[in-house]
Design a protein around this ligand. Structure first.
Ligand code: EPU
Length: 420
């Protein structure tokens, strides 16, 4: 890598064709690393995507005293010598998932603290759900400078109602409850498959959890957890992004490893747009025979249409016939990609958290910026279906969520290169 920041250069207008394999889930993998802080035994993880967020989470765990080895998609963690104390602020700033060390540290060490987390600039991202959950389990929660700190000699199981089914909030409270004394019921829990998967990992470690993957999760606290060997689920958001790219380019793509049951909302919406997506023995295939038509999409918590696919789908819908509407109902600032797509000639207008997309056909190759991981995926899709050349800057945002994306897209026919 040179000193000049990397860019992607795309010669658009080529349909994606062939088979593309989906990586391990970015977000699910990010939850499995802090889970390993709940035990002194080794947790071995497979199918972890090779992305910067994982390397940063590994660094954070090391700063707490855990030993972490990362070898491509294999990660091994042993937290047998955790230090008491707060993680350094600079290690928790870049990814919001770093707030997930708080629940395990609280449960295992009696004290957990973290500054308000960072992550993408996609809206106000409070942590009140996490903190209220810790309080409900008997922790004293205070603010010490930039840090939120929770303390308890032993957490006590309780009925915990979450004000909002926050994904990270549910995982943090679940972590804490595994080692609490007695029974916890989490009401209004997030039902995302990534949450259910981390509960599966915790069960392998000896936790007693039922109802994960639904809005009501029961946990019976245990004295200690042990090691485990665990494979991270395929990334449904990456799979959906590839399907959006096939939709936009009029391609024929099989996304190998995609789990159709995790993509009900996406496959249904694709079919509604006249894009025949079907389950295959190995994943999901989308074969575009004709120009799709406009649809209306609402981004909501699972099993609804995922907010993380809002921007990639909005980019793809520029290619549909008619006027599409996307309504963002999870985050309040997820529409920044719109300005970048407009630079490419897209006819998009916004009002509140609504986006109206007039399907005009091919965009125009332009110089655009990846503003966050999913906004980055949106301009990449824009570039893949634009006439002429598109240059994308700030691609480190895309790298945060899509491992080795350039060679993988090239292998299915995209003319995309990375500079530097
Ligand atoms: N919220 C609260 N209070 C809280 C926490 C959240 O009001 O204490 C609100 C937020 O302001 C937001 C809504 O709840 O409006 C949803 O936030 P949630 O907590 O569910 O999101 P998250 O857990 O912070 C994870 C993923 C996001 C993904 C969302 C929703 C990670 C690191 N992040 O965030 O992923 O969009 O769940 O599915 O796993 C991405 O991958 O691009 C990404 C942003």
């Amino acid at each position: 890598m040179g000193d000049t920041p990397a860019q992607f250069v795309i010669d658009g207008g080529r349909p994606l064709r062939g088979r593309i394999e989906v990586s391990g889930s970015k977000n699910a993998a990010l939850y499995t690393l802090p889970a390993a802080l709940l035990t002194g035994e080794e947790v071995r993880l497979h199918n972890v995507p090779e992305i910067s967020d994982i390397r940063e989470m590994a660094e954070l765990l090391r700063s707490l005293g855990a030993s972490v080895s990362v070898d491509r998609t294999e990660v091994a963690i042993r937290a047998d010598a955790l230090r008491r104390g707060l993680p350094p602020a600079e290690l928790v700033e870049s990814t919001r998932a770093s707030f997930l060390v708080m629940g395990p540290l609280l449960a295992r060490m009696g004290e957990g603290g973290c500054p308000s987390p960072g992550g993408d600039a996609i809206g106000v991202r409070p942590v009140d759900v996490h903190l209220a959950g810790f309080r409900a389990l008997g922790a004293a929660v205070t603010r010490e400078g930039a840090y939120h700190v929770a303390r308890a000699t032993r957490l006590r199981g309780a009925r915990v109602f979450l004000d909002y089914p926050s994904v990270l909030g549910t995982v943090n409270v679940l972590f804490a409850a595994t080692l609490a004394e007695g029974e916890t019921t989490i009401v209004n829990a997030a039902a995302e498959p990534e949450v259910a998967m981390v509960a599966e990992l915790l069960r392998r470690m000896g936790a007693r959890i039922e109802g994960h993957g639904t809005g009501i999760v029961h946990v019976r606290g245990v004295e200690r957890l042990g090691g485990a060997d665990f494979t991270v689920m395929p990334d449904r958001i990456e799979a959906g992004t590839f399907l959006a790219a096939a939709f936009a380019t009029g391609g024929d793509l099989e996304v190998v490893g995609a789990v159709p049951e995790h993509l009900d909302s996406v496959l249904t919406k694709l079919r509604e747009a006249g894009a025949p997506a079907s389950a295959t023995a190995d994943g999901v295939r989308l074969r575009m025979d004709e120009r799709p038509h406009a649809v209306q999409v609402q981004a909501v918590p699972y099993p609804g249409f995922p907010t993380d696919l809002h921007a990639p789908f909005a980019a793809a819908l520029t290619q549909a016939r008619g006027v599409s509407i996307v309504h963002e109902r999870v985050f309040d600032n997820r529409l920044r990609y719109v300005g970048e797509l407009r630079k490419m000639g897209a006819r998009i207008t916004t009002g509140g958290n609504f986006v109206m997309i007039e399907g005009t056909g091919p965009l125009v190759g332009s110089r655009v910026q990846a503003l966050d991981v999913r906004a980055g995926a949106a301009v990449m899709i824009g570039g893949l279906c634009a006439a002429g050349q598109t240059t994308i800057t700030h691609v480190h945002h895309i790298d945060r969520g899509y491992a080795h994306i350039v060679p993988r897209l090239r292998a299915v026919g995209a003319a995309i290169t990375r500079t530097n």
